[in-house]
Design a protein around this ligand. Structure first.
Ligand SMILES: NC(=O)c1ccc[n+]([C@@H]2O[C@H](COP(=O)([O-])OP(=O)(O)OC[C@H]3O[C@@H](n4cnc5c(N)ncnc54)[C@H](OP(=O)(O)O)[C@@H]3O)[C@@H](O)[C@H]2O)c1
Length: 274
């Protein structure tokens, strides 16, 4: 590769960004981690930190924090993508979410920015069960959520990182929107049952009301995260996303990873074992 400028990975220590950084580094492609612990420090809440992070990079992987569904996220993405293009960083890849009003507005901002854009619009990550707020309840043996039998096509973040690597390093992906899902619809009860089986433990799933859910998490999550989690269960898990897509196949030429493979592999790390 002739371009030795780094690729800036926003959220480069998070679920998808960390894996993308590993993949690019293994191929000898330089990366710059864009997060509050990166050098230079990148902070979504400090716009003055954006330009130094964009200096002399060839492309940006944009993983917004805390969530692309948060009101106002689209305006932040608008400001950031315009700044990137003004700094001659035209190749921008956005990690987005399915069926979320604000996420789709953020996608429109990117598309209007003048960038050479690609959008990875993703289902719920399987790794929310092992690298997010669901680890603790799984360990405790009971997962209580305000969600019924709706099917979600959980996607493995290894597939997302593979897709991000492919679109950032190969031709033909500019102007493409890929909707990435796993190969199977599972309810949250199904997912918890698969994890319980893989971990060899008894773990219950209980459907609770939204009020019970927000009251339960308010003791250990900040108010904005309480709002966000409840909003995701209300807005996105109403059946609108209850369908599979061929995005992983289109980008990678192979089937997406099944949730059972994720559960078996992750259980072997003993993260769900007491
Ligand atoms: N989780 C899902 O199921 C899902 C599904 C579809 C789309 N998405 C989207 O994926 C994105 C990432 O979500 P995630 O849950 O997977 O999180 P994550 O990437 O695991 O989030 C953590 C990352 O954000 C960085 N970060 C935290 N605060 C920051 C700040 N103020 N400024 C800059 N960087 C900051 C962290 O690094 P430092 O601590 O070093 O700053 C870390 O790299 C979100 O936009 C979300 O909407 C998620």
């Amino acid at each position: 590769m002739t371009d030795t400028k780094p690729i800036l990975i926003l959220g480069g220590t998070g679920k998808t960004g960390r894996r993308l950084a590993e993949r690019l580094t293994a191929r000898g492609i330089p990366v710059r981690i864009g997060s509050r612990s990166g050098t230079p420090r990148f902070d979504w809440e400090a716009p003055a930190s954006w330009a130094p992070a964009l200096k002399d990079v060839s492309a940006v992987y944009i993983s917004y924090y805390p969530d692309i569904a948060v009101p106002g996220a689209a305006e932040v993405i608008d400001a950031f993508t315009r700044l990137a293009v003004a700094h001659s960083v035209r190749r921008l890849v956005l990690l987005s979410g399915r069926g979320e009003h604000e996420a789709q507005r953020a996608e429109e901002m990117l598309q209007a920015s003048g960038a050479d854009w690609t959008i990875l619009r993703c289902a719920w990550f399987s790794q929310n069960f092992s690298e997010g707020f669901l680890v603790e309840p799984l360990l405790a043996g009971e997962v209580a959520l305000p969600v019924g039998p709706v099917g979600e096509p959980f996607v493995d973040v290894d597939d997302i990182a593979d897709a991000a690597e492919a679109v950032l390093t190969g031709p033909g992906h500019v102007g493409q929107l890929y909707e990435l899902t796993g190969p199977r619809l599972l309810s949250f009860a199904d997912a918890v049952a698969e994890i319980a089986k893989a971990a060899g433990r008894d773990i219950r799933f209980v459907r609770i009301s939204h009020d019970e859910f927000t009251a339960a998490i308010a003791s250990h999550e900040p108010p904005e995260i309480v709002w966000l989690l409840d909003e995701l269960f209300t807005q996105v898990l109403d059946g609108r996303n209850e369908m599979l897509t061929d995005g992983v196949q289109r980008v990678l030429g192979r089937a997406p990873k099944d949730f059972s493979a994720y559960a078996t592999e992750t259980a072997a790390s003993r993260i769900w074992s007491n």
